[in-house]
Design a protein around this ligand. Sequence first.
Ligand SMILES: Cc1cc2nc3c(=O)[nH]c(=O)nc-3n(C[C@H](O)[C@H](O)[C@H](O)COP(=O)(O)OP(=O)(O)OC[C@H]3O[C@@H](n4cnc5c(N)ncnc54)[C@H](O)[C@@H]3O)c2cc1C
Length: 407
Amino acid sequence: MTAFVIVGGGLAGAKAAETLRAEGFDGDVVLLGSEPDRPYERPPLAKGYLLGKSTRDSVFVHPAGWYAENRVDLRTGVTVAMIDPAAHLVTFDGGTIGYDKLLLATGAHARRVDIPGTGLGNIFYLRTLPESDALRAAFTPDARVVIVGAGWIGLEAAAAARTAGSSVTIVEPLPGALHRVLGPELGGKFADLHRAHGVTFRFGESAAEFLAEGPGSAKVGKVVTTTGAELPADVVVVGIGAVPNDELAKSAGLDVDNGVVTDSALRTSDPDIFAAGDVANSYLPLLGRHLRMDHWSNALNGGKAAAKSMLGQPVEYNRVPYFYSDQYDLGMECSGLPLPGTYDQVVYRGDTTALEFIAFWLNQDRLVAGMNVNVWDVADDIQSLIRSARPLDPTRLSNPAIPLPEV
Ligand SMILES: Cc1cc2nc3c(=O)[nH]c(=O)nc-3n(C[C@H](O)[C@H](O)[C@H](O)COP(=O)(O)OP(=O)(O)OC[C@H]3O[C@@H](n4cnc5c(N)ncnc54)[C@H](O)[C@@H]3O)c2cc1C
């Protein structure tokens, strides 16, 4: 019988398995994942789940019985150590499985900070369910929390910590929050939001060393920054980006460059191996270049697309990049990539001070990206405008009386 093997039990892997069955694939589906839990969604780990507002059960992609019901052979706690593309075999501790088609959905891991003192207690990363559990317990009203990195993870963790009553200081070497992903204009608005909730930022400064809370203690007590400042810290959260888990692919001889390189059908350099989700650096026709996206919707849709591609269906994975975040009472969706240097103006529609608006990043009057903040049901329209690549009148764009499709 034909066997399709999926390495990586996250959202991309789970959605690929679901799609194989939904498309009528009748062969064996084996889903191998390192973590002890069945596939779960990560966004709640920095939001509702971290805040204690949602249950553990609500984070899983499928109910526990779904895998057996759908003849998906889910094996948790299994780390694939080697792929042999010539023999069509994957090897893990305790076994070997042959495959006809293989999907790499191994995701990414949190980038580690490499400074003295990283081995001390109460220094946290946020990628997995147990890490979210540990952080939730650490965010107490009297905790002094220092966050390393003002990216999405850092800011969402800050919102959770402040909501729990902890004090929060964020150390970030760049000049602003979310600087690399949103640029200074919108990054500044997020920083203002956090300041209004009592967060202190230290921009232009990195963590240089973690110090123990006292002689003989194994627990962190201070973060020393590159300016020599010593910040008292009961809890440290490091959120400095994600690194693709592409070592398996590399050692199997696949093309790897900041993730597993694929074409727009999510095929790797081996015709029987595919890649999706955070680990894939896929050719995106819309941008005319490869892009690695570590975002929820890319794992969801990329997993589905890769499954169809594995089945030999014609696939062009060409979605507008999409990301969402919730912090305090702010909910937003961002479509496109508003990277500094790719736009020449930012236009707003709505009330930026009341945090109910849409921001548009334009380059020579063409829409590069759009972010709706506490405004809903417009992401599809924004994505259509990005796809159309037609010149837009910024005055009409900023006029809420003109429906977006008519701008
Ligand atoms: C805390 C947090 C909050 C987030 N919030 C948002 C958000 O608000 N909005 C948004 O758009 N995105 C968000 N993201 C990003 C989003 O969750 C990821 O893009 C998504 O989880 C990627 O899914 P994936 O299946 O590709 O990879 P992963 O979720 O990383 O899953 C890959 C799995 O493969 C396993 N694995 C790795 N190597 C092997 C191996 N050799 N053998 C077997 N298994 C292996 C890993 O252990 C892991 O379980 C967030 C991420 C985190 C961590």
